[in-house]
Structures are given as structure tokens and as C-alpha cells.
Ligand binder design. Sequence first.
Ligand code: HEC
Length: 116
Amino acid sequence: MRPITLSALLLVGASLTAGDTAKNLPKFEGGDLQKYWMDACARCHGANGNGRDNNGAQLPDNGFDFTDSRKANKKKDSDWIKITLDGKDKMPSFKDKMTQADVEKMMPILRKFSAK
Ligand code: HEC
């Protein structure tokens, strides 16, 4: 557990600017996908999926507002799974970080952001 705790501290300490956000993305090693969202996705998409940091400021590489249900409802899980695995523009590929099965299990977490 020790190295994970250390890298988590380093992440909190580092302030992320555009271009840095895709660096040092952790590999999903099993366990809590909600936690993995915080470790690997929230730096760009925000803890709440709205692309904003805790102070409400727009994150540099946010890309998509998962809390916008009108937009989110137009998206298919199959598209989101593909984009997460393959990447798209500034969205990094997670193919070497997560299995397809884990990405599929991530979908309910993404959907929850727009569920009111
Ligand atoms: C380095 C920043 C960054 C990280 C880290 C990141 N994303 Fe993204 N993501 C983006 C950007 C930017 C886009 C928009 C891509 C585009 O359409 O040009 C995006 C788009 C997406 C989309 C497609 C949304 C849509 O319908 O247009 C999904 C799904 C997604 N991300 C899921 C995730 C998940 C799950 C993680 C963590 C495992 C993650 N992202 C981590 C930047 C990031």
C-alpha cells in the first residue's frame, strides 16, 4: 500500500496544467473503480464529471461534461467504451491501463454523473 499512498500525495501536490494531465496515469490494478476515476480521470474530467476542479474552475483538458444529461443521453456506452480504450484527441488511450471488462464496469459511474 505504501507506494500507492506516496504517489497519491505527489499527485495532490502537483498542480496540473494543460499538457501534463496525460502524464503518469496509473494502471487500474483492480478494486474500486470510483477511486480509479479520482486517480486517473478526475484530473481532466473533474471529481464530479463536470470538467471542473474543486473550486469550480474549468480544467484545461476536460473535453466533455458528463453532468450534462441532455448530451450524455445521446451517447452510447459502446462509444464511450471505445473512446476510453482507444483515446480521442487529448483523451488518452487506456488500453494499457484497463481491460475492456473494467472499462465496461466504469460506464455506470459515468452515467451516475448525469443522473439526477
Ligand atoms: C488527459 C486528460 C484526460 C484524462 C486523464 C481522461 N480523459 Fe476522458 N476525455 C478527455 C478529453 C479532452 C475528451 C474529449 C475528446 C474529444 O472528443 O476530443 C475526453 C472524452 C472522454 C469520453 C468521451 C465523451 C464524449 O462522449 O465525447 C469518455 C467516455 C471519457 N473521456 C472517459 C474517461 C475515463 C473513463 C477516464 C479515466 C479512466 C478519462 N476519460 C480520462 C480528457 C481526458
